[in-house]
Design a protein. Structure first.
Length: 215
């Protein structure tokens, strides 16, 4: 308990940092994942090729390597002076977007083809059909895998602590360097991650129940 009480401000900052990077990278991953999923089911061959390349490249790249590229290479080439938090959020968001894309694409495949054909017969474009007809019906199917993906994203955010981002892993490293027993430190860090992941799981269960009532 002393390790927490004596350094509660640092623990609080680490907890808030983990919540912030989880939230920001989740938004990035969700938006990019939906867009790339649209590319993957698009009737336009170049868009399908881009979507396939995006998923293949990111899913097969180690996340630590992606962090290294975003934190050390991207600022030198494109965005000098960008904060480590933004760069880490982009790395985590881009990486997770490939998994979101596949979850959304799987959800889209559960919608009967006749729905899209009926929309086209009414004169709707592909983007309108996807946005107004297909995605709303696929949402309920997509929610369970998205919950698991965003919980995994929360745990993956620990890598950001090694790149000058304030979060729970950084607090754990600081306490370990100061000579505190490692087991109590890990217990407090694990408890903090459980709070965040339970909140994410509860949010998705609430969304599922609401959609079930609506149906």
């Amino acid at each position: 308990m002393n390790v927490l009480l004596d350094h509660f401000a640092e623990f609080r900052n680490g907890f808030i940092g983990t919540v912030e990077i989880t939230a920001v990278s989740s938004v990035i991953a969700l938006l990019l994942g939906i867009v790339v999923a649209g590319f993957r089911v698009s009737p336009v061959p170049p868009l399908r090729a881009f979507g396939t390349a995006w998923v293949t490249l990111l899913r097969n790249t180690p996340l630590t390597l992606l962090f290294l590229v975003f934190v050390f290479v991207v600022p030198e080439i494109l965005f000098p002076g960008m904060s480590p938090f933004v760069l880490a959020s982009l790395a985590l968001g881009f990486y997770t977007s490939s998994f979101v894309c596949e979850a959304v694409r799987s959800g889209i495949s559960t919608v009967p083809l006749g729905q899209a054909e009926a929309a086209r017969s009414l004169g709707l474009t592909f983007s309108q059909t996807l946005r107004l007809i297909v995605l709303p019906q696929a949402t309920r199917t997509v929610l369970p895998p998205l919950s698991s993906i965003f919980i995994a994203l929360t745990k993956n955010s620990a890598i950001a602590g090694a790149f000058s981002v304030t979060e729970l892993f950084g607090w754990q490293t600081l306490m370990s360097e100061q000579g505190y027993a490692i087991i109590p430190i890990f217990l407090w860090v694990a408890a903090a991650y459980l709070v965040i992941t339970f909140a994410i799981s509860g949010l998705f269960r609430l969304l599922e129940r609401n959609l079930e009532v609506a149906r």
